[in-house]
Ligand binder design. Structure first.
Ligand code: HEC
Length: 192
């Protein structure tokens, strides 16, 4: 009994020493001298002696795809390369978006913003820029079989990279991948 009271007298101050009012100071702790409470770390852009290339921030693994980004490995500068890549895109790419009325409507809006100036509101190749003679090259009709017989991936290639001849410029930087596929749904809908 006597001893337990003595023990109590010791324990309470000892426990209270662990608490401090200063929120920026964690007080005493036993594990502090090990790495367990205060982990050593390297900042993202600091050199790092532990990794083979000496950098803390590592490159993404080869072939990694960023969230929300669709890979597009079909570039190429010469006409032969571009023609090859266009047919490859036609074979390998499939429209990832399922068509419905709302999607067709969104595709229509995008078409009106980015394509109708040249190709015309009904995509017959008679847009304002061409009929007013401001743009000299005849835009292809997109509702006829020459374009409609192309697989979606080839049309996607043309929107992204421009036409093989270069007469139509690339739209890859202006139109998101989703919207390119929606435009294609709209073109299929128009041709029906
Ligand atoms: C500045 C005018 C212009 C704009 C804007 C434009 N096009 Fe074109 N497009 C053309 C011309 C000119 C051609 C014919 C080019 C050729 O034969 O090389 C063409 C050809 C095409 C072709 C056929 C390519 C082929 O393989 O023969 C497709 C498909 C096409 N355009 C789709 C589109 C779509 C979809 C848009 C909107 C995202 C668009 N174009 C925007 C001018 C334009």
């Amino acid at each position: 009994m006597k001893y337990s009271r003595l023990l109590f007298l010791f324990l309470v101050p000892l426990l209270m020493m662990g608490c401090k009012k200063d929120k920026n100071n964690p007080g005493y702790n036993y594990m502090g001298k090990h790495d367990m409470y205060y982990t050593k770390f390297y900042k993202a852009y600091s050199p790092n002696p532990l990794l083979p290339n000496g950098m803390t921030n590592q490159m993404p693994a080869e072939g990694a795809v960023a969230r929300g980004k669709m890979p597009f490995p079909y570039k190429g500068s010469t006409i032969t390369d571009r023609a090859q890549n266009q047919s490859l895109a036609g074979l390998e790419l499939a429209n990832p978006i399922t068509s419905n009325d709302a999607i067709v409507q969104e595709g229509k809006e995008q078409f009106r913003i980015f394509c109708s100036n040249c190709h015309g509101l009904q995509a017959r190749g008679d847009g304002n820029l061409y009929t007013s003679k401001l743009f000299p090259a005849k835009p292809t009709s997109l509702v006829e079989s020459y374009v409609q017989n192309k697989p979606d991936g080839e049309i996607y290639y043309v929107i992204t990279m421009g036409s093989i001849s270069g007469l139509m410029g690339p739209h890859g930087s202006q139109i998101t991948p989703e919207n390119r596929w929606k435009i294609i749904h709209y073109l299929r809908h128009l041709a029906k």
